[in-house]
Design a protein around this ligand. Structure first.
Ligand SMILES: NC(=O)c1ccc[n+]([C@@H]2O[C@H](COP(=O)([O-])OP(=O)(O)OC[C@H]3O[C@@H](n4cnc5c(N)ncnc54)[C@H](O)[C@@H]3O)[C@@H](O)[C@H]2O)c1
Length: 251
């Protein structure tokens, strides 16, 4: 069973990263055509070497010229877009409000919020009935934590963007949802936990495992399976929703 993914054109931003790559692999296994977009050219090359039959485009998702270029390249190669997985992300930093650098706040919002807005703006003209937009928010889009100003604000803002898009695009048969992972076992989260560990004076990974009801982090593959559900025709009547993949952390 291919869940209706065979031949679908899937564009993934942050595609050279952990969750993006795991999602690409599962989409490819079901016969989808995949374009990976990332600002990290070396990581994209490694991804292409690993996955084989994919296309890649180096781009900064917060730069509108880059966005226009990666969309144009996708259309040139594939002619349409069925799935837009807006997933690129950066964490920023953790600091008391008086010390939180304004430029870091702006950068984090630019990548997540402006990046997802621009991706939708440029992709939607090439999407039609049965299309799916998935935006990576986070458990951080559902709760506050001290000092995480840029990231938590950005991840909450993505819910607003998703809801507006979902209402706008429903009449055109395009679904829009967020995926909200909890802590994932990967380098992105490890860096966060190393920094947190220094602030709280104990192991950051253990700290999270204790507040996740299922007692562990997600694997990138577990998050990817939920992305696949939202990308596929299996979720044909699901739009405007938040899909948490967090072992119960936000419940
Ligand atoms: N790792 C976690 O625990 C976790 C939890 C919840 C949500 N998320 C979110 O999942 C998404 C994917 O993160 P990941 O865990 O795979 O981390 P990752 O660091 O492996 O992947 C993120 C990718 O985004 C790319 N990127 C960053 N800024 C970019 C820009 N301006 N333009 C283009 N590409 C850019 C990076 O180069 C990287 O390849 C992010 O949005 C992140 O916030 C991660």
């Amino acid at each position: 069973m291919d869940f209706g993914m065979k031949g679908k054109v899937c564009l993934i931003t942050g595609g050279a990263g952990s969750i993006g790559l795991a999602s690409a692999r599962q989409m490819l296994d079901l016969g989808a055509k995949v374009m990976l977009v990332d600002r990290d050219a070396d990581a994209l090359q490694t991804a292409a070497d690993q996955l084989g039959s994919i296309q890649t485009c180096v781009a900064d998702v917060s730069d509108e010229r880059d966005v226009a270029q990666y969309i144009a390249r996708t259309i040139e190669l594939f002619g349409q877009i069925d799935v837009l997985f807006s997933n690129a992300g950066n964490f920023g930093t953790v600091a008391p409000i008086e010390d939180y650098p304004t430029e870091v706040f702006d950068q984090v919002l630019a990548v997540h919020v402006r990046g997802a807005f621009l991706a939708a703006k440029h992709a939607v003209p090439h999407m039609g009935q049965g299309g799916s937009i998935i935006i990576t928010s986070s458990v951080a889009g559902l709760r506050g934590d001290p000092g995480v100003y840029g990231y938590i604000t950005a991840k909450h803002a993505l819910t607003g963007l998703m809801r507006v898009l979902a209402k706008d695009l429903a009449p055109r048969g395009i679904r829009v949802n967020t995926i909200n992972p909890g802590p994932v076992s990967n380098g992105f989260q490890q860096r966060v936990e190393d920094d947190l560990g220094e602030i709280i004076g104990r192991d950051g990974t253990e700290f999270f495992d204790e507040i996740i009801p299922m007692g562990r982090h997600a694997t990138p593959e577990e998050v990817a399976r939920s992305v696949l559900y939202l990308a596929s025709d299996q979720s044909s009547f699901t739009t405007g929703t938040i899909l948490s993949v967090d072992g119960g952390m936000s419940g």
